[in-house]
Design a protein around this ligand. Sequence first.
Ligand SMILES: [Zn+2]
Length: 232
Amino acid sequence: MKIILLVFAGVLLFVLILVILSVLFIKRSFKNSGISSILSAVKQADEDQMNTPKSLSGTEPVYRDMILRDFPEFGIELARSYIKGFLPEYFNALSSGVVFGIRDNCTSQLADSVQSALDMKKTENTRLEEYSNVKVHRVVISGYKRTNEEALIDFEAAVEYIKGGRLSQHKYKVSYVYFLQYGSNGENESLKCKNCGAPISSVGEKVCPACGEAIEASIERTWKIADVLCMA
Ligand SMILES: [Zn+2]
């Protein structure tokens, strides 16, 4: 009987030692290759995501040809730099609550809707989102559509900014619209004669049909940003 108990105690001790050793071993291997390396990989991926600009559409050449067929004098590079300059102003407006700075460059519908969203936040006492260190990496054309009423160019922009103390990368879609007659929302301000205010109803018009005044084809007057959308 005594011997059986002794053997039993011995086996128990052996099993206990085995369990302790294997726990130690598992702990060590997790430390070296398991959880901590997964964590550092996640951290690395997070940092990569923070610093790598979003990739953009590669279809610009197709749309560029279509646009130049309809608007031979359209300055693509000018429009691109115009969008590039507009976005920081846009985020500045969102941060400051004052849309005055973007009013000249976008449709009044867009400025009004941004303003009312900001006013809503003010009345609800919600803090405005603060964007800083805005950087526009790249702007490409990602779409083009023309109807009787308007021509619409979609731009995609890779943007980075600091929001809430955190750097992040985003893709924005910017709609750039040329109003042929009256836009679907009545956005005709870009196509009024500066001299007499008569609406200019077709793309190619060089002089005002009402007063004969030459129509300036400056990009600000004829093309306007109609929408800004965060895609990613
Ligand atoms: Zn006129």
